[in-house]
Ligand binder design. Structure first.
Ligand code: UD1
Ligand code: MG
Length: 460
């Protein structure tokens, strides 16, 4: 006996059209939680650390390939979709002669690593292992035919080829299986398309395995949703909800307080410290990290953001590609755009937009401002309605505001410009030149009053 490990190959079938999606986009490129269906399947396949991942493509092949440029996979073109058996046959030349192959479907995205691991263990490099499920309504699926006496799998019969009695069987083929490659080499070329759909059925290899005395072992997934496929927008939405429910549960199990686990969407990775609370209808995209005791108000969208501990984000904020240090207060209704770094204890209030700017500790912009391409020191107060005019229509320029500056309300800072340490800017100013330290600078026409002025009156 030898214990040498076999090479593991993963083949993902993804050539189908997905007509019922009613979309120009190839089916496997539709997204769940911000990642394509195919990406979910590839990621799962990878978790087994296979020696090779092959993806069979056909419909929208170029687009599918393009969507996964960063992935190290073998692409296999199936020009005509003649059936799942034909699809795997196209991949055969790429498979390791002495390996085992796991077959996954590009449109079954929620399969778990644990289930695939189980399938691999059971196949032990030499048996066929098959993932089956028991459905109350098995219509449309291939049925698992078992030997009446032994209970062993005898064959799979497709819905359209099943007898009335076979159609009553509730154990179905999920399509996910693991087969030794030497067997694929002998069985796949034997499959014919002599059936009601004139397709080469991969499922026919099960009967061939039985004929050749190769054991077919079956397992079932722990969760029904692992084997659900996406064929329509309705199913896509359903699987999205299942994914999100699972994600929410994991967050809560790690101690995150979700005001309503059914009203949060994570389209990427959300990493939380302890005592984080998240109010309803928030969306997290890309990689978001929330430190201890962070509070996120209702209706916020955070994309690729790192938020340090103690930060409070009030409702209706949009924050993207930014870093927020300890104990900042943001919102409600704030927009923080890419390239922004807020030091600790910064306050950004309602209707304030910050873009590509660094703001030092304890500085505040509490109302109605645009801060773009700026470097702001500590203990700076930006008055309501302050605008950094950073763009002349062609170029962008920086505004530098040093420590302890006070900018009066409704000020325009025409970049490039520097406001030196300790400056005070009078409200309503248009600042075009560097200001001196610790002085009041203002650009305002003198206020005049006209004593005997009368309002015009309508003639009767
Ligand atoms: C298949 C199984 C059926 C199982 C069901 C589970 C066969 C013959 N039947 O049926 O037993 O219950 O899945 O959902 O395998 N594909 C290709 N090339 C092709 C045909 C299909 O790449 O020529 C891909 C599709 O893109 C899809 C997958 O294979 O990802 C399954 O194909 P589909 O036509 O949906 O098979 P079903 O008829 O649903
Ligand atoms: Mg199908």
């Amino acid at each position: 006996m030898h214990t040498e490990e076999k090479k593991v190959n993963v083949v993902i079938l993804a050539a189908g059209a997905g007509k019922r999606m009613h979309s120009m986009l190839p089916k496997v490129l539709h997204e769940i939680a911000g990642r394509s269906l195919l990406q979910h399947v590839v990621d799962r396949g990878r978790s087994l650390m296979p020696d090779k991942i092959c993806i069979v493509i056909g419909h929208g092949a170029a687009q599918v390939k393009h969507s996964m440029l960063a992935e190290d996979v073998n692409w296999i073109l199936q020009d005509q979709q003649l059936g799942t058996g034909h699809a795997l046959l196209q991949a055969l030349p790429q498979l390791d002669a002495n390996g085992v192959t796991l077959v996954l479907y590009g449109d079954v995205p929620l399969i778990s690593q644990g289930t695939l691991q189980k399938l691999m263990t059971v196949s032990a490099g030499k048996y066929c292992s098959l993932l089956t499920a028991v459905f109350d309504n098995p219509f449309g699926y291939g049925r698992i035919i078992r030997d009446f006496e032994t209970g062993e799998v005898a064959a799979i019969v497709e819905q359209k080829d099943a007898t009335v009695d076979q159609q009553k069987i509730c154990e179905i083929n999920t399509g996910i299986m693991m087969i030794p490659n030497v067997r694929l080499h002998s069985w796949l070329p034997e499959i014919s398309n002599n059936n009601s759909q004139r397709e080469y059925y991969l499922t026919d290899i099960i009967a061939l395995a039985v004929r050749d005395g190769v054991e077919v072992k079956t397992i079932q997934a722990d969760n029904y949703w692992e084997v659900l496929g996406v064929n329509s927008k309705t199913q896509l939405a359903k699987l999205e909800r299942i994914y999100q429910e699972n994600y929410s549960r994991e967050l809560m199990e790690k101690g995150v307080r979700l005001m309503d686990p059914e009203r949060i969407d994570v389209r990427g990775d959300l990493n939380c410290g302890s005592d984080v609370s998240i109010d309803i209808n928030c969306i997290f995209e890309g990689t978001v990290t929330l430190g201890n005791s962070v509070q996120i108000g209702a209706h916020c969208v955070l994309r690729n953001v790192r938020v340090a501990s103690g930060v409070i984000i009030q409702p209706f904020c949009m924050i993207e590609d930014a870093e927020i240090e300890e104990a900042c207060k943001i919102g409600p209704y704030a927009r923080i755009r890419p390239g922004t770094k807020l030091a600790s204890q910064v306050h950004i209030g309602n209707f304030v937009e910050v873009k590509n700017s660094q703001i030092g500790p304890y500085s505040k912009a509490n109302h109605l401002s645009y801060i773009g391409d700026s470097t702001i020191g500590q203990h700076v107060n930006i008055g309501a309605g302050t605008i950094t005019c950073n763009y002349d229509g062609v170029n962008k320029y920086r505004t530098v505001i040093e420590d302890d500056v006070f900018i009066g309300s409704d000020t325009q800072l025409i970049a490039p410009v520097k406001i030196a340490r300790g400056s005070t800017i009078g409200a309503g100013s248009t600042i075009t030149k560097e200001t001196p330290e610790n002085q009041l600078t203002l650009s305002r026409s003198k206020q005049v009053s006209i004593a005997n002025w009368r309002r015009p009156e309508k003639k009767k």
